[in-house]
Design a protein. Structure first.
Length: 296
């Protein structure tokens, strides 16, 4: 069977884009010292909101805007619970995922069987969302490494007590980071419903949010590593489809368990972040997952 490398690469980019958006958003959230396991819930919320608006308006751009707003709105539930009420971040994130899945299952019924409007192809036949995702990688890197607000965000994530002592608004920084992460997760979910599947299907994100969480850790909290991880995941996805098309059996059970196995590994690595940092890899942000008690 002849394989066209260019067509395979284009398929890889499309498969990687939802993970790339969600991963970059979660990376910024974790650099601020917050662990949000609700990425899957925000992605599925964005997938439904984006599809509904795109179908009603005929505009994919409006669909992605609605997805960003929906993802950010869901993330604010997490922000209020964890930053003001100081609820456990892991439990709250898991609850947000369950909430998003249940909410979209209920409100998504009328949209089943409908088709999304077509996206206009861009340079090299790639749609504009693929190019936007790639462009976000150096922008996020520059923001975290060079821009003053990004340096403040990193300071908050490394030691929120010291950052608070220096006068930085820890809670505000984290809420903004959570909202940004939710917006990108929502856009990543909308890419699945608008640009990949082209219709709404219940639970269509199928563990993409968990994969994004795992990639952030394995990328050592580096935007370029998130890009590499997303492309690797996209390559595996395309390879699996090609193998199935060639008649090679790939156990569905292995694919189904992968997101949850990756999440377990992520939680283990985060809980052992101090030892992980001394072993020569990049350490997790020092305040990751820790609640901030503002001193009055």
């Amino acid at each position: 069977m002849m394989i066209d490398p260019l067509s395979v690469f284009i398929l890889l980019l499309g498969a990687a884009t939802p993970i790339l958006f969600a991963g970059l958003g979660e990376l910024v959230v974790e650099r601020a010292g917050v662990l949000n396991l609700g990425v899957e819930g925000m992605m599925i919320g964005g997938a439904l909101a984006g599809f509904a608006v795109a179908h009603a308006s005929g505009s994919t751009a409006l669909g992605f805007l609605a997805a960003a707003i929906a993802g950010a709105a869901l993330s604010m539930i997490f922000a209020v619970l964890t930053q003001f009420l100081l609820s456990n971040q892991v439990a709250t994130g898991l609850a947000l995922t369950l909430f998003g899945l249940g909410l979209t299952a209920m409100f998504g019924k009328p949209y089943e069987g409908m088709k999304a409007p077509a996206m206009m192809p861009g340079p090299l036949g790639l749609n504009w969302m693929i190019w936007l995702g790639i462009a976000l990688v150096p922008l996020v890197w520059w923001f975290l490494a060079r821009a003053q607000p990004g340096l403040i965000l990193r300071a908050v994530g490394e030691n929120h007590d010291a950052a608070h002592g220096l006068g930085y608004p820890v809670r505000r920084v984290r809420i903004l980071a959570i909202g940004f992460g939710g917006a990108l997760a929502g856009m990543g979910g909308a890419y699945i419903s608008i640009a990949t599947v082209l219709q709404w299907t219940e639970g269509m994100t199928a563990g993409a949010g968990w994969i994004a969480l795992a990639i952030v850790v394995f990328a050592q909290w580096n935007p370029w590593g998130v890009l590499a991880g997303a492309w690797l995941f996209g390559g595996v996805t395309v390879l699996q489809l090609r193998l199935q098309a060639a008649g090679v059996a790939v156990p569905v059970q292995l694919l189904s368990m992968a997101p949850y196995l990756a999440t377990i590994i992520v939680l283990v690595l985060i809980s052992a972040r101090q030892k992980f940092g001394r072993s020569g890899g990049a350490a997790a942000p020092g305040s990751l997952g820790r609640p901030f008690h503002a001193l009055r």
